[in-house]
Design a protein around this ligand. Structure first.
Ligand SMILES: [Zn+2]
Length: 112
């Protein structure tokens, strides 16, 4: 297990093991970040990582996780945007105990 010198914005230079660092690579853009939990202040440190840094961290045994952009980004958006009136109507809808059944079509309207 390799020891890695990293930088915490609060504590400055810190030493962590390769097991305490993780690299995240976006499958769509190949942009990467690495993250770790600072052993001194317990702050999560997350920084961008150039391909050379990803390679170095991976060769040191750091876990590399690939992630995908949410599929919702590619969904075709139809219908008007949600308005304040829609929010107010939703607020009143959830006052009913069976609000989930109401909006999914499975129940009858009944105030609590
Ligand atoms: Zn720190």
């Amino acid at each position: 297990m390799a020891t890695i010198t990293a930088s915490c914005p609060t504590c400055g230079d810190i030493k962590v093991t390769s097991r305490e660092v993780q690299v995240q690579v976006c499958s769509a853009t190949d942009e990467a970040t690495y993250s770790l939990l600072c052993p001194e202040c317990r702050l999560i440190v997350n920084k961008p990582a150039e391909p050379r840094v990803v390679e170095l961290l991976a060769s040191a045994g750091v876990r590399v996780v690939h992630w995908d952009l949410p599929k919702e980004l590619n969904e075709q958006k139809i219908g008007p945007p949600i308005s304040y009136d829609d929010l107010i109507a939703f607020h009143f809808e959830i006052q009913y105990t069976n609000w989930l059944e109401l909006i999914t079509g499975g129940g009858q309207n009944g105030a609590d």
